[in-house]
Design a protein around this ligand. Structure first.
Ligand code: C2E
Ligand code: CA
Ligand code: CA
Ligand code: CA
Length: 278
């Protein structure tokens, strides 16, 4: 047969082997990452367009592996989910986010919520509620300063997720639906889960212009949210124009590179100190 085709096939195989190897490398090194303190959190401000103030911070994990270097959460979170390592990692993220937020409050900085991303798999751990409750007690953070971000891919175990969320909400914790609009049945999630806030996915915000399909979608989401008494955050706002359209749509809260990328805790302190002085 022709040589090119054979080469292509073996290349494809190699590709698969490489991917498999990479996966194994990530999983292997992830197992040691917590003990070796290779994780850090960065924080991205959520800004109120009306008051121009930061109202909250989303915590996002970063991993610098001694062996693999920087690995993006989009690459290792799915592997952590499949391998079950997400339970330990997720607990670390929750504890560190609450600890840091409390430390900021104790330092006299303006109080704001910290939003933590949760994987569906974390709900399969029956101890999630107790774990979050004890982290709040341990760190001293009041529940209203913790927000949990869930995604629409949490379709499995809807009842379990909904029950756990209801319990958490009774403590005073808020729940946000992340990446809103990208799932298959976004609207039914609004019915199934006790949600306080929608985060409009960045794909709808990108290149946002007036009289565009995306603007119509954003408008519709905001109108619907208002009727359902939900807060709305637009994610991935990068330009002045996007911000203007969002303002015209009546969107109040935004997050994105236009205001700030996710930054280290120290930088958040600097930003907040400046805010106090303004
Ligand atoms: P996400 O929760 O939707 O987070 C938003 C992502 O968009 C972050 O990527 C953030 O850095 C990025 N981003 C923020 N503003 C902009 C912008 O203006 N433009 C663009 N293009 N991107 C922007 P990151 O940090 O790489 O995280 C990727 C995903 O990994 C997150 O998406 C989330 O699903 C997951 N993830 C990150 N940290 C955690 C965590 O602690 N736990 C869990 N379970 N998942 C996490
Ligand atoms: Ca998120
Ligand atoms: Ca998101
Ligand atoms: Ca996402």
């Amino acid at each position: 047969v022709d040589v090119n085709k054979e080469a292509a096939i073996s290349e494809g195989l190699l590709d698969k082997q490489d991917k498999f190897q990479r996966r194994m490398d990530i999983e292997f090194n992830l197992r040691k990452a917590i003990d070796q303190q290779e994780f850090r959190l960065v924080y991205q401000p959520v800004v109120d367009i009306v008051t121009k103030r930061i109202v909250g911070l989303e915590s996002l994990i970063r991993w610098h592996s001694a062996v693999l270097g920087h690995v993006s959460p989009s690459d290792f979170i799915p592997i952590a989910e499949e391998s079950g390592l997400i339970h330990q990692i997720g607990e670390w993220v929750l504890r560190e986010s609450c600890r840091q937020n409390m430390a900021w409050q104790e330092a006299g900085l303006p109080k704001m919520f910290v939003a933590v991303n949760l994987s569906r798999r974390q709900f399969m751990d029956r101890g999630l509620y107790a774990m979050i409750k004890s982290i709040l007690v341990e760190t001293g953070l009041q529940p209203q300063y913790l927000e949990l971000e869930i995604t629409e891919s949490m379709s499995m175990g809807v009842k379990l997720v909904a029950d756990t969320l209801s319990q958490l909400k009774m403590l005073g914790i808020r729940v946000a639906m992340d990446d809103f609009g990208t799932g298959y049945s976004s609207l039914s999630y609004l019915k199934d889960f006790p949600i306080d806030k929608l985060k409009i996915d960045q794909s709808f915000i990108k290149g946002l212009k007036i009289k565009q399909v995306n603007a119509a979608i954003v408008n519709m989401v905001i109108t619907m949210a208002r009727n359902l008494n939900l807060l709305v955050v637009a994610e991935g706002v990068e330009t002045e124009e996007e911000l203007q359209v969002l303002q015209e749509c009546g969107c109040r809260f935004v997050q994105g590179y236009y205001f700030s990328p996710p930054v280290q805790a120290k930088q958040i302190e600097d930003i907040l100190h400046q805010e106090i002085c303004v």
